[in-house]
Write a protein that binds this ligand. Structure first.
Ligand code: MN
Ligand code: MN
Length: 484
């Protein structure tokens, strides 16, 4: 027989609030769906390890599903109607796509927005040199990394380079089992007496993150840098490039490992680039779900938009980043192709009445470093979708602080759809901080909330997320697109 609850117990139940592990709230069938979704995600991010590759993977699916190029439609003067599916591929590095809704764009649009770039090691523009019998690639790191984490792990070489004839060559070395990989060396402990006394940010300096490219000399006494020539020759045979072509190339070194299950219960996923491709993937799939529903006659009420941007890890600048006019232009295109007459004031109206989830990852509570987190407001792996009312550093500086009204609206949508949410504040006050693309959309007048997946070891070569948080994000984003 159940014990009678005391008055205090009943009152506590009514008035207090506890966030449980999401795993405790699901049935066996749910678990199968969660695991299947995680498998699809793992395969997807193994193929999309750079912003270009992730963009290309998404784009090929969009084309398969009948999305059309909005700029082509614009140039042909083609009008758009409810249910039409359009995309804008921005220089192969950022992507925005939409399903036109039933009501006028002047009612605003519902947006999920993520970034698809991740911290990594970029090649310099004149990178190859020879020292100590090695050919070495000189690099410049991209994004906020702890330098030392990128040494002594297998790296793969991804990117694009133009050959002598101006033809674009796609580089991808180190992903197949029998491909060679690359590595940044580190000092042996025996000689690291001085190194070990240094602060972590000087332990391995940015300029010391150079990548081993090879060691076999070209057999010709007359040649000065023989190993360098071997490597240039190999690159020339494979891609038709010469040393000069590196001046325009975009080559990124990323961890060569694949996404793997973590833990005996396989509840977690370890991979490179969860930040922010786990949210990008969940947002992408949620938007595709709207497209599928639309095909079956369930055209969304408001236009739904998915925004996948580049350059977030270096401040969202440039014409592929969220500070550019990419998103604004896309909404302008939609206005021009769906309204009787285009006017700037209609565009402003549409932006000001729009709502966005800035779908970026959050710092998961890490028991190894518990003291930097405020346990009451931290996000936890396995507890669902993390809502961050604000970001920023020190006194919330530089953060986008969502309005209470909008936060309440999002929470009630999630509650209505049975999507579990949790808090997501980045650490204790004055312990650090960060930002996302939220502010850039918010500055256009869009109601914006940061809302993402908790990650362990963020910005490291092997970040960890929970499968159930990935799933919950996907369900949450779909609910928002439909109902916001
Ligand atoms: Mn991020
Ligand atoms: Mn980041």
């Amino acid at each position: 027989m159940e014990e009678q609850k005391t008055e205090g117990q009943r009152l506590a139940e009514k008035l207090t609030f506890e966030i449980k592990s999401r795993w405790e709230t699901i049935g066996e069938n749910d678990r199968d769906a969660i695991v299947a979704f995680a498998e699809q995600y793992k395969r997807f991010i193994d193929k999309g390890k750079t912003e270009r590759e992730f963009n290309a993977e998404c784009l090929s699916i969009l084309k398969e599903q009948g999305f059309m190029d909005i700029e082509a439609a614009l140039l042909e003067g083609r009008r758009l109607k409810a249910g039409d599916k359009v995309y804008q591929n921005n220089r192969g590095k950022s992507l925005v796509f939409a399903i036109v809704g039933r009501v006028s764009i002047k009612e605003g649009v519902n947006i999920v927005g993520a970034h698809i770039d991740s911290p990594r090691i970029d090649l310099k523009t004149n990178p190859l040199y020879e020292d100590g019998g090695f050919a070495i690639f000189d690099t410049h790191y991209y994004g906020g990394i702890k330098h030392y984490q990128w040494t002594t792990i297998p790296l793969a070489m991804h990117g694009v380079v133009f050959n002598k004839n101006g033809e674009k060559q796609t580089v991808r070395i180190g992903e197949d089992e029998d491909d060679p990989v690359f590595v940044i060396t580190d000092l042996l402990p025996h000689l690291a007496q001085d190194q070990m006394q240094k602060k972590a940010n000087e332990f391995v300096r940015g300029e010391e993150l150079d990548v081993l490219a090879g060691s076999e000399p070209f057999k010709d006494e007359k040649v000065k840098e023989k190993v360098k020539l071997t490597i240039l020759n190999a690159l020339n045979q494979k891609y038709g490039v010469t040393e000069e072509n590196f001046a325009s190339a975009e080559i990124e070194f990323v961890p060569a490992h694949k996404a793997r299950d973590v833990g005996l219960d396989r509840s977690l996923i370890g991979a490179y680039g969860h930040d922010d491709r786990c949210c990008a993937y969940a947002a992408f799939r949620a938007t595709l779900e709207c497209a599928e529903a639309s095909e079956r006659g369930g055209i969304p009420e408001k236009t739904v938009v998915c925004l996948l941007t580049d350059k977030e890890e270096i401040g969202s600048m440039g014409n592929t980043g969220a500070q550019s006019r990419l998103f604004e232009n896309f909404i302008a295109y939609l206005c021009s192709q769906t309204l009787d007459r285009y006017s700037d004031i209609d565009l402003r109206l549409a932006l000001n009445r729009s709502a966005m989830l800035s779908t970026d990852v959050n710092a998961a509570y890490d028991p190894n470093f518990g003291d930097v987190f405020d346990k009451k407001t931290a996000s936890y792996c396995g507890k669902g979708l993390a809502l961050s009312k604000y970001t920023g550093v020190r006194g919330k500086v530089g953060g986008s602080d969502a309005n209470a009204e909008f936060l309440q609206k999002v929470q009630s949508i999630l509650d209505r759809h049975g999507v579990r949410w949790q808090f997501g504040n980045l650490g204790k006050v004055d312990k650090g901080g960060g930002g996302t693309i939220a502010q850039h959309a918010a500055n256009l007048g869009v109601d914006t909330l940061d809302c993402g997946i908790p990650v362990l070891s963020m910005h490291s070569p092997f970040e960890v997320i929970s499968k159930i948080d990935l799933w919950t994000a996907y369900r949450g984003y779909a609910a928002f697109l439909k109902d916001a």
